[in-house]
Design a protein around this ligand. Structure first.
Ligand code: AMP
Length: 125
């Protein structure tokens, strides 16, 4: 089921459970504010998900409620992870936000995709 952009935070969502250590992940990076791990169903040779540790449903929620420190930590972590992941020829960042973007997990995450030429940006008609 896709995420309603205004839904309340669900503490049982899969990324909340990963953050609590209840479900394993292939961890790439962690600091006080951020966890990053490999996507379970990779769409490119490198497909990493970066999530804030705070309880944010979506990019919309994060942009309203997160502290400046959390925002800076999130953006800097994405840059650091990308630099450390052999993506020196480039990469794509994707944030699906809400129903129309097909967001499936109701905890903000940014996809880092790369490791090959990704081609043109595609939008399904
Ligand atoms: P989105 O459509 O942006 O919400 O994408 C959710 C992503 O989470 C998909 O790419 C899934 O493959 C990925 N995913 C779902 N469950 C897990 C999991 N347990 N570990 C890693 N990635 C997951």
């Amino acid at each position: 089921m896709t995420v309603d952009i205004h839904q309340p935070y669900d503490d049982d969502n899969i990324f909340a459970r990963i953050l609590r250590g209840e479900i394993p992940c292939k961890k790439v990076y962690e600091n006080d504010h951020v966890l990053a791990f490999h996507d379970i169903n990779p769409q490119a040779p490198v497909h990493i998900l970066v999530v804030p540790k705070g309880r944010y449903v979506s990019w919309d929620d994060f942009s309203i409620k997160a502290s400046d420190q959390e925002m800076a930590a999130f953006v800097r972590a994405v840059g650091e992870i990308s630099r450390d992941s052999s993506l020196n020829k480039g990469y794509r960042l994707i944030v699906n936000c809400g129903h129309d973007a097909d967001q499936l997990v109701p905890h903000l995450h940014i996809h880092i995709l790369g490791g090959k030429v990704l081609g043109a940006h595609l939008v399904q008609s």
